[in-house]
Design a protein around this ligand. Structure first.
Ligand SMILES: CC(C)(COP(=O)(O)OP(=O)(O)OC[C@H]1O[C@@H](n2cnc3c(N)ncnc32)[C@H](O)[C@@H]1OP(=O)(O)O)[C@@H](O)C(=O)NCCC(=O)NCCS
Length: 319
């Protein structure tokens, strides 16, 4: 017995940053961004804090699930950078929603939501929990190099949450990591110690886009295939794929490699860009609220990101 997803909820900042506005900031244009990535716009925090966004997503997911904060047994937040180094973002959510359960963060970059689901699975299997809240949220706009056109056009802020309850709808889950800080890295940037000898790097995202692209196309197909096989299913059994929303070309290539019809892949990368660990649950929540997911549907989810990490799983939709 593991879990079923009982409810989802999203939160994104109000401000919409269009490709045209970005073209006034760096040497780029709407056509380049759309053709190379599929992204038309993304959300960027102006007034919102990551705590407000995580709490909004959590509250919406709890309402959707019909679960009260005080019923939660665990909160896991996947994020690369919460409001503070400590306390964890999980603890900030716990405080704001009025829960009393343990709470912590996990950082697996864009694969964070699937990593959090895998951790939650362990708690359910050990019968330690009845209800778990997973919140996946990143705020990449504050660690983006806004002068680097090859990266600043790709990312956005936002994310979503899911409430998990006891059930048997997680059919398979797989995580990988391949330690590599060369192709994708965001350094800390500041070190307050007067004794520290190393040079400080700017706290912005550094990426070799082409290398990540090749890794991503392979990782999506390999991860989804393995999770479908582990679930005892075939590609034909899959009703929906919820892929990491990094680049429409990566999603199209993965669909082709897997032989799964492209229409089964849910995409909202055009509206949000890559929201890191928020990306997969944000797509799941939008598919859920659009009424696309029917009880019993088979859903494959897959993400990849810095680490380099990947996560994939197959679930049966329980709502
Ligand atoms: C980043 C990415 C979109 C680049 O697309 P690409 O087709 O490989 O483009 P290239 O890097 O080869 O660049 C092609 C040209 O466009 C230029 N270019 C790069 N960014 C540009 C921009 N925003 N606007 C206009 N031109 C741009 C480059 O300078 C290059 O010019 P050159 O040929 O004169 O040198 C693509 O590699 C990608 O999506 N990678 C994966 C990134 C990712 O998903 N990261 C997150 C992982 S979680």
């Amino acid at each position: 017995m593991s879990f079923s997803i009982l409810g989802t909820g999203k939160a994104v900042p109000e401000y919409i940053l269009t490709n045209d506005e970005l073209s006034t900031m760096v040497d780029t244009n709407d056509e380049w961004i759309k053709t190379r990535t599929g992204i038309e716009e993304r959300r960027v925090c102006k007034d919102e804090t990551i705590t407000e966004l995580t709490v909004k997503a959590a509250t919406a997911a709890l309402e959707d699930a019909g679960v009260k904060p005080e019923e939660l047994d665990l909160i896991i937040c996947s994020t690369m950078r919460g409001e503070n180094i400590t306390p964890s973002q999980g603890c900030m959510i716990q405080k704001e929603i009025g829960a009393t359960c343990p709470a912590f963060d996990v950082n697996a970059a864009c694969s964070g939501f699937i990593y959090a689901l895998d951790i939650a699975d362990g708690y359910f299997v050990r019968k330690k929990v009845k209800y778990v809240l997973v919140v996946s949220m990143d705020n990449l706009s504050n660690i983006t190099d806004w002068k680097d056109r090859s990266t600043c056009v790709l990312f956005g802020d936002g994310g979503a949450a899911a409430v998990l309850g006891e059930g048997d709808d997680l059919l398979s889950i797989n995580l990988t990591a391949n330690g590599n800080d060369e192709v994708l890295r965001i350094p800390h940037g500041t070190n307050s110690s007067p004794f520290y000898k190393h040079e400080e790097e700017r706290a912005v995202l550094h990426m070799a886009g082409n290398e990540v692209y090749k890794f991503a196309v392979n990782a999506m197909a390999t991860g989804i295939k393995k999770s479908i096989g582990d679930a005892g299913l075939t590609e034909d059994d899959v009703d929906h794929v919820i892929p990491h929303q990094a680049n429409i070309r990566i999603i199209n290539a993965s669909a082709k490699n897997l032989g799964i019809p492209r229409e089964k892949f849910f995409c909202n990368v055009n509206h949000y860009g890559n929201t890191s660990s928020g990306s997969v649950p944000l797509a799941l929540d939008e598919a859920n609220r659009a009424g696309l997911l029917k009880k019993g549907d088979i859903i494959a989810m897959c993400a990849f990101g810095a680490g380099l990490t990947t996560g994939s799983c197959v679930i049966r939709w329980a709502k």
